[in-house]
Write a protein that binds this ligand. Structure first.
Ligand SMILES: [Zn+2]
Length: 213
């Protein structure tokens, strides 16, 4: 009896899980991080790329990020690994083309930020490193020293404020974040980049006791 209940529960969990993969043709690009995929059954799926955030249309590099995504996948067959649904009913997932992850490619080329608030998978720390490398090499949007994160842009954070708060680095191991003035700012595990203290706190990180960011 107990075993039967467990099996039913497992089956239920399996069916309820939004984690599934499918293929389709990319027929629309709304943004660097949002595309439309048409599957064989003629259904259109709006896909929001998991764990990253591209600059908004009104932002520097918003258009370039969209162009990059378009050049990569528009009119081509992509694989979608659905992870979640967002509050707009869009599928949130990983998009890849011929085995290459578009999510990662956008980070690597400096056309996206790791969406720290929503990127919760173990590989997100690795993505933080990709972002760090793009930033160090001044790729894409990182050509500007005070690039405003899209989530701050949407909230209407001014550039002036951004320059003062600056980037903060989070230690993915200790979950402590540091100000640029801190001697631990570029520690080996400090691969998470936050644009503000609020962002770091919302992600569950604690301020460093030494630099008090
Ligand atoms: Zn510190």
């Amino acid at each position: 009896m107990k075993l039967k209940i467990t099996i039913q529960l497992l089956l239920l969990l399996l069916l309820a899980s939004p984690c599934f993969a499918f293929q389709g043709k990319c027929v629309g690009i709304a943004d660097g991080d949002t595309i439309t995929v048409l599957t064989e059954d003629k259904t259109q799926h709006k896909i929001r790329l998991y764990g990253i955030d591209c600059p908004e249309k009104g932002q520097d590099f918003g258009h370039k990020a969209k162009q990059f995504t378009s050049d990569k996948v528009f009119g081509k067959t992509v694989e979608v690994e659905a992870i979640d649904k967002d509050r707009y009913g869009r599928t949130v997932g990983m998009v890849s083309i011929r085995g290459q992850s578009l999510n990662e490619e956008l980070l690597r080329t400096g056309y996206a930020w790791v969406y720290t608030r929503y990127c919760k998978k173990p590989f997100c720390a690795q993505w933080g490193l990709l972002q760090q490398q793009a930033r160090a090499n001044k790729k894409g949007l990182w050509a500007h020293p005070n690039s405003v994160a899209p989530w701050d842009f949407r909230r209407g954070t001014s550039r002036g404020q951004q320059a003062v708060t600056g980037p903060l680095h989070g230690n993915t191991n200790s979950m402590v974040f540091h100000a640029p003035s801190c001697k631990y700012f570029n520690c080996s595990n400090c691969t998470m980049v936050f644009s503000s203290k609020d962002e770091a706190l919302a992600t569950g990180y604690r301020p460093c006791g030494l630099c008090k960011p």
